[in-house]
Write a protein that binds this ligand. Structure first.
Ligand SMILES: [Ca+2]
Length: 280
């Protein structure tokens, strides 16, 4: 039973700051050693590509909320959109430096230099707020699904060529654009499951879904998270059918309706979790 538990090849505790209270590794590793957790074997890569770029440009790792409305995987805020529109590269920071993404009267580059959030009008150089604190950066919707959990490990789901090949073998076509953050709730410092917020597309419109699993990577829930643009996604009855399915055993999506769009996105999300958290 526990031998099928999560393992984390190629990952280390992220310096990307979502965790309410990052666990101390000294306590964390021995507590999990019997459960095939391999946090120590991780490689150097851990931060999402865009966070690394931000750090390269401004000298510190931002919170996901620099570019996202409510944590990694949620829709872009205005600054995130400007960055995306400018090409999502190191050069993009220069292109959007003089803009004011969040409309708080301070230019993007000045905000970033002052360590206030260029994507949140409530954070300014004069009043930066807690956006870089580790507290309260886990999306509320995720926290609601794990009542009682006070600690989370964010895992940056960066995809290697091997991951992409493994995903393809499982029937899911993943690409770099599917890179995301996997939230891992901790109970008594042990992973209690996973949560992932990810986009789906229907008739050219994007909506977001939240998938959770138990610690053996069986799906416990799939629900629309931000689907105001796609009311059909809110009304769909397909969600309950995912419950109990192992993330690597999701059937391929068939058909063309909103249910198929949801199934296709869930297939990709489940496979992403699997290839990133399970040993090859
Ligand atoms: Ca701001």
């Amino acid at each position: 039973m526990l031998s099928h538990f999560l393992s984390f090849p190629r990952m280390r505790e992220s310096s990307f700051r979502h965790a309410a209270k990052p666990p101390e590794k000294k306590n964390w590793i021995p507590a999990c050693a019997g459960m095939t957790l391999l946090l120590l074997s991780a490689s150097a890569q851990a931060e999402p590509a865009f966070a690394r770029l931000y750090k390269q440009q401004y000298g510190y790792t931002p919170s996901c909320n620099a570019c996202h409305k409510d944590g990694g995987g949620t829709p872009n805020n205005a600054y995130g959109q400007q960055f995306k529109d400018a090409g999502e590269s190191l050069a993009a920071y220069g292109k959007i430096a003089a803009l004011d993404g969040d409309g708080d009267g301070i230019k993007n580059a000045d905000e970033a230099a002052a360590k206030s959030n260029p994507g949140d009008a409530k954070s300014t150089p004069a009043s930066k707020g807690a956006w870089l604190d580790t507290a309260s950066l886990i999306p509320r919707e995720v926290q609601a699904l794990f009542p009682g959990v006070r600690e989370y490990l964010p895992r940056d789901a960066l995809l290697t060529e091997t991951d992409i090949a493994r995903a393809k073998a499982l029937g899911a076509l993943l690409s770099k654009s599917d890179e995301n953050t996997i939230y891992i709730p901790l109970a008594d410092r042990k992973p209690a499951g996973t949560a992932l917020i990810f986009p789906a597309q229907y008739k050219g419109k994007v909506f977001f879904l939240l998938l959770t699993t138990d610690r053996q990577l069986n799906i416990t829930s799939v629900a629309p998270l931000n689907a105001t643009q796609v009311p059909e996604a809110k009304k769909s009855k397909v969600y309950a059918g995912f419950k109990g399915v192992a993330v690597d055993k999701l059937p391929p999506a068939t058909g063309t309706g909103v249910d198929a769009a949801i199934a296709a996105a869930v297939k990709k999300a489940g496979t992403l979790i699997y290839v990133r958290l399970k040993n090859a």
